[in-house]
Each structure stands twice: as structure tokens, then as C-alpha cells.
Design a protein around this ligand. Structure first.
Ligand code: GTP
Ligand code: MG
Length: 238
């Protein structure tokens, strides 16, 4: 199952929004608008290509091993406002070339797997496909962030074939288990909850860190039961 975080890009709508932004506050050059819209179409294609590859891998596992490694996927294109906001934060010029050269998460796919083993097998099989390449890996499962965040982030370069030929386009893929996703959703909600007193925020952050450790233990125990059922070797705490 794939959850689309928004509908397919509508180019006239995107143009209208960019024009409005340009007129109101951000001096986004008018001549760049067409190029921006074209670029978003390429990111969308790359995002669809990666999610189709993942669906094919998932269905192969279902057919051959009677096991669904992927629980579900989510995909989204970064919104125009988030793109412009990120360029400003990074103090980059508001130009299409800045997006192309510096932002690697305009197209994003989140792959929520049942078990930690699935995270690594699905990501390894995808990374081994020779028509795409791995640009960057951040393994926050082996090395969790200080706040307890865990996920495997891989940026792939995906060829999108247009009338002008192949355009290698980055897609950020976040692989995580159901437990990691459950945790990250609540932590994300807390991060944007700015009206709580600082004492409450730090209390909740500490509790979340404890929860991350507990979830990791539960996940290891459940992974071991699953391995046992499937005849795979057991692992200790990851
Ligand atoms: P930015 O995209 O500029 O943040 O830098 P980056 O691409 O180097 O960041 P990174 O790969 O570490 O994380 C990118 C994405 O992972 C974020 O946009 C979030 O979706 C997710 N993420 C990273 N850290 C956290 C975290 O601590 N909590 C939650 N809930 N999500 C996180
Ligand atoms: Mg990012």
C-alpha cells in the first residue's frame, strides 16, 4: 500500500502558486518558474520509479517467501514553501540550479517495514540494482540520534527518461520499522508543539528517549521470534 501525501502535481496550480509567492514576498525570478515546474515533474517521476521498484521487491517476497517485508509506503514531494524555506535557511540563491545542486530530499519515499531484518534486506536489494546509484547513506539504526530517532536514510540517484534523455535525480528514502515510525510520528508532533512550557518539553523528550530504548528491545525480541518461526539465526541486542 502506498500513501500519497498529496495529489499528483498540477503544473498550472504550481505555476500560479510560484507566481503568487514571487509577487508577494520572495523574489523568485519569473523566468525560473517554468524551469521549476519542469524540475518538479522530474522529481515526481523519480519518486514513482523508486516506489515501483520497492513494490516489485515486496511482491516478489510475497510470492517466493510468503512474507511481506514492506508494511506500507508513504511518498511526497517537498512543498514549494518548504523548498524555498530550506534554500533561505541554507543561504542559497533562489534559483532552480540551487535546488538541483543542493537539495536531495525534494522527492521522498518512506518505507515502513515489519521487522528490522526487512529494513536491511529491502534496502540492500534496492541498492544493488544497477540502474540506480547510492549517493549517501545515514544509518540511524546502527547509530541512533541523541534524541532516540532511528531510521535508515539512503539517497538514491534515479534515471528519469525524458524526451531529452536520462536525468539522474535524487530521491531520499527513509527505511524504518513500524515501531520506529510510531516513535518518529510522536517525536515530530512534540517538536512542532511550541506552546508547551520548557519543563514539559524536556520531560516528554526524556520519556521519548526511554520509549525509544524500550521499543528497540521489544523489536529485538519480536524479531527473534520471527526469525525462529522462519528458521533464521537469532541475534542479540542490535
Ligand atoms: P535536512 O534535510 O536539512 O534536515 O538534513 P539531512 O537531509 O542531512 O537530514 P537527515 O538525513 O538527518 O534527516 C532528514 C529527514 O529525516 C528529516 O526531514 C525527517 O523526516 C527525518 N528525521 C531526521 N531526524 C529526525 C528526528 O530526530 N525526529 C524525527 N521525527 N524525524 C527525523
Ligand atoms: Mg532532509
Amino acid at each position: 500500500m502506498i500513501l500519497d501525501r498529496q495529489s499528483r502535481i498540477n503544473t498550472s496550480d504550481l505555476k500560479a502558486r510560484l507566481n503568487a509567492i514571487g509577487q508577494e514576498n520572495v523574489p523568485f525570478p519569473a523566468e525560473e518558474i517554468t524551469e521549476f515546474v519542469n524540475l518538479m515533474q522530474v522529481y515526481e517521476g523519480a519518486m514513482y520509479e523508486i516506489s515501483t521498484k520497492l513494490e516489485i521487491l515486496d511482491s516478489e517476497f510475497q510470492v517466493r517467501f510468503a512474507h511481506d517485508p514492506i508494511h506500507h509506503m508513504e511518498r511526497r514531494l517537498k512543498s514549494v514553501n518548504s523548498i524555498l524555506g530550506k534554500l533561505e535557511r541554507k543561504e542559497l540563491p533562489l534559483q532552480v540550479s540551487s535546488i538541483r545542486d543542493n537539495l536531495f530530499d525534494v522527492a521522498g519515499v518512506r518505507v515502513i517495514c515489519n521487522y528490522r531484518d526487512d529494513v536491511y534486506s529491502v534496502s540492500n536489494y534496492l541498492s544493488a540494482q544497477n540502474d540506480i546509484s547510492v549517493l549517501r547513506v545515514k544509518d540511524y539504526i546502527k547509530n541512533p540520534k541523541q534524541n532516540g530517532y532511528r531510521s535508515l536514510h539512503v539517497i538514491y540517484a534515479v534515471p528519469v527518461f525524458l524526451s531529452s534523455g536520462a536525468h539522474y535525480t535524487p530521491v531520499e528514502v527513509q527505511f524504518r520499522t513500524i515501531a520506529m515510525d510510531y516513535w518518529a510520528s510522536l517525536e515530530h508532533a512534540l517538536r512542532y508543539k511550541t506552546d508547551l512550557p520548557d519543563s514539559k518539553l524536556s520531560e516528554h523528550s526524556q520519556t521519548l528517549l526511554d520509549c525509544a530504548r524500550s521499543l528497540q528491545n521489544i523489536e529485538t525480541q519480536m524479531q527473534n521470534i520471527h526469525r525462529d518461526i522462519n528458521g533464521a539465526p537469532q541475534v542479540g541486542e542490535a
